[in-house]
Design a protein around this ligand. Structure first.
Ligand code: SF4
Length: 293
């Protein structure tokens, strides 16, 4: 068997991306989604009992495994300080000690303090009022806060507010590149535009799609990809190159008859306690070691 490439076949990928028209890109993105959903099933993101927990988790998961984020959140709940008001009143050093399991705890304590101070000053601690804004206004407001970069902001917009924005992370970039769909502009906006310009603006679809990409990036499309077991091999430039150099890709839409997902046609959804299974896949750590800014 041929050696597994660590990096995407850029020439092949660029050729494929260049040859794809917008409609084909849209069909391929939906085909990839359907294949991932058929392989893994709904992921039930985001793990959290409330929008506030999603916001806290989105900050704490920067450069942290989700299990450690859960430990930090558990510590906050055990100390009975898991509310915007209580975190605002808590000394920063005490907060840092409580969230120690999540790593970078001093920086993250400062970020959480900035977030809840903003909630107090502008919304009287009413997170719902903040999240009720339109997606772009909310996103820009979040980006203006200390320690919240694009990925964290989009996590909050999508998973706490239930608004349609596509979250980009390292898993998504890697899979997109290997599929041969890397955008010309290799930036956060470039990758986000690929999804948001070619898919319907459906928060349920974006919610599930991002979660599935993380699942796939963690388990199969790893730095050394396991193409031989991959559900996307028939439509992936890298997988095709490894398996059968010169063979054509499958037509996008082979699974067109498969259901998208009930949530994908019903808009965004709030993470609720009732949705939480006993054990389920979890968000990956943030793309950059120090958080996204
Ligand atoms: S076939 Fe699958 S594992 Fe291999 S590069 Fe493509 S998406 Fe990744």
């Amino acid at each position: 068997m041929a050696a597994v490439p660590d990096s995407p076949p850029t020439t092949d990928a660029a050729d494929q991306a260049g040859a794809l028209k917008a409609g084909t890109v849209a069909a391929l993105l939906l085909d990839v989604y359907r294949r991932l959903l058929a392989e893994y099933g709904p992921q039930g993101w985001w793990p959290g009992d409330s929008p506030f927990e999603v916001c806290v988790g989105a900050v704490l998961t920067q450069a942290a495994a989700w299990g450690n984020v859960e430990k930090a959140i558990h510590a906050l709940k055990a100390a009975e300080v898991f509310s915007p008001q209580a975190l605002d009143a808590l000394p920063e050093g005490t907060l840092a000690r409580l969230i120690r399991p999540s790593g970078y705890f001093n920086a993250k304590a400062r970020k959480l303090k900035a977030f809840v101070a903003h909630l107090r000053e502008r919304y009287g601690y009413h997170l719902d009022a903040m999240l009720a804004q339109d997606a772009q206004t909310l996103r820009q407001e979040l980006l203006s806060l200390y320690g919240i970069g694009e990925e964290t902001a989009d996590d909050i917009v999508l998973y706490a507010a239930g608004k349609s924005v596509f979250v980009i992370d390292a898993y998504t970039r890697r899979i997109v590149e290997r599929l041969g769909l890397a955008p010309e502009m290799q930036s956060y906006q470039g990758y986000q535009g690929l999804f948001m310009q070619h898919l319907p603006p459906d928060a349920g679809l974006f919610n599930e799609y991002h979660a599935l990409l993380v699942r796939h990036g963690k388990g199969v499309c790893q730095p050394a990809p396991r193409c031989e077991t991959c559900c996307l091999v028939a439509v992936c430039a890298t997988g095709r190159q490894r398996r059968e150099p010169g063979a054509p890709l499958a037509e996008a839409g082979d699974l067109r008859g498969a259901p998208l997902l009930e949530a994908a046609s019903t808009g965004g959804r709030q993470p609720t306690k009732s949705r939480r299974p006993g054990k389920r896949p979890t968000p990956g750590s943030r793309s950059s070691p120090a958080g996204d800014r």
